[in-house]
Design a protein around this ligand. Sequence first.
Ligand SMILES: Cc1cc2nc3c(=O)[nH]c(=O)nc-3n(C[C@H](O)[C@H](O)[C@H](O)COP(=O)(O)O)c2cc1C
Length: 186
Amino acid sequence: MADKKILIVFYSRTGTTRGIANRLAATLDCDIEQIIDETPRRGFRGYLRSGLDATLRRPAALRRLQKDPQDYDLVVVGTPVWNASLSTPVRSYLAGMRSRIKETAFFLTHGGRGSERVFKQMQAESLCHPVATLALTEGEIRRGEDREQLAAFVAQLRRFTRATARAPRGEVDTAERIGSGTFVSA
Ligand SMILES: Cc1cc2nc3c(=O)[nH]c(=O)nc-3n(C[C@H](O)[C@H](O)[C@H](O)COP(=O)(O)O)c2cc1C
């Protein structure tokens, strides 16, 4: 049976998360969608606003999306870390789409602080245990030290989609899936 369908969805304010999303999409040869947020987030004022929005968990006004996650077997969601929190646009996306997402994997880019907390927040918003996670720092990306982690993430995604293609829904994994247990609000 063919591998299942994957969608990559991401938000990026300054391009770092977009770069990883594009590389993943090219490697997996899958669909990709960028979350566009109507709030101005450029410059220093945009930086401050973004941090505050993330800390206060304010909802974002998202531009209409092209892809319906319900059409995909696995939705791979990417975000930057803002104030050790999930970025506002991705929080709104996950909250709005949770009933349309079957399975998720998460990736994030950050400066070095808050990744585990953000993964927990993504899990809480999506009500999904991710099949894989990937956290990359800007330094690792800049120095080209991200390749091994990226390849391992891709391998996990492929393993999962192949396993679920073989088995009926509901009969797969726990060993393949990470983060089983209760949903945590962080
Ligand atoms: C408002 C704001 C707050 C941030 N807070 C954190 C943080 O708490 N921890 C961290 O490691 N990086 C933090 N960063 C850095 C970003 O996570 C990092 O630059 C990321 O790679 C940016 O991704 P992007 O270019 O896709 O927007 C913050 C960035 C912004 C804009």
